[in-house]
Design a protein around this ligand. Sequence first.
Ligand code: MN
Length: 428
Amino acid sequence: MPDQTNDRNLRSWVEPANRADCEFPIQNLPYGSFSVAGGERRLGVAIGDQVLDLRGAADEGLLKLDEAQGALRKQTLNPLMSAGPKVWTALRTQLSRLLEAGNPVLRDDAALRTRLLHPMANATLHLPFDVTEYTDFYASRHHAFNVGSMFRGPENALPPNWLHIPIGYNGRASSVVVSGTPVRRPWGQVKGPDEAAPRFAPSARFDIELEMGAIVGVASDTPLSVAEAFEHIFGYVLLNDWSARDIQAWEYQPLGPFQSKATATTVSPWVVTASALEPFRVNTPEREVPLLPHLRDVGPMLYDITLDVGLRPEGGAETVISRTNYREMYYSAAQQLAHHSACGCPMRVGDLLGSGTISGPDRENRGSLLELSWGGKEPIEIDGGSRSFIEDGDTLTLRGHAQGEGYRIGFGACTAQVLPARRAMAEQ
Ligand code: MN
């Protein structure tokens, strides 16, 4: 059955939503958690340049979810996700009808509109879901080849398992933060190749990783097929997996990254649903060797999402340092979730799966400074200077959208400024 909520001809009575370059048209309807003027947090939906208050709309009788109605009154998306895919669809359909150009119910009631719609510019956006677990993968062929070439040479770039499983590690849910939260440069143990002994110092090679985050919306405790895993994913965010390369280089063998990735992970404030991305599904690239049956995809499960990264030095102008696309990934989030669950690992509502750094074939498509500057050997030019890695005061911004005919499905910026390492640590 075709989903009316994705019809490209739909228009909203919230006029800015109909602009071709608006990130939040009526076809998007992403969920967030917001507050206004220091008030309580509420769930909201982005439409044009406004946020619709879900709790208020429920209290006014404009949204009806039967036994899941209470989920609309919560401050994070987890209860709504827990209500399951039928409720997700019901809510999306009701929101689409409520905001559609021809529906007068809210459109023509100025007092009600004032109560339920808030200018996004006045809203504080919070972490939209409780991050119950966080796992990060290493699933872009171009990224893995680039990084492997730097560390092991191009002949041994891909580890022997890489073409058979989406390699991942269990990360820290506790340090996932919403866009706009400053990130402090970490301290850690480092040892350069020419140094006799390790030192404890601020990371000198602090970096970004341009990723997408997939959010699990259905709990499970048995192995999932790739098709089941696809249906369990509620939505997607942009994700910056901050990485201290010098700490990583010293610690990562044999168990993978630990402190180098634990400082912070920044996510964009709006959860774009898998339903909104449905028209933008694409196949993973051709397999270089066949996958075992439990990891084979059974249809297009990646998405065509244009991505870029901006770097703005303190007091300076932003330079776009990377442009790539989510469709470059070798493994989809569904394949990653199937792999994750294959041992019987329970997956929880609010489980966040980082795609892994998304790099493309050319230099400008590289999704980390490590690759862009080739380990610091080829600094990139930015406004007013150059960079190998992040400097204090730099603001890094990830952006992304799926481009439809006459409209786009955006995520909102995933941004943060990097603050200097805390002085006190040096004196201990
Ligand atoms: Mn990563």
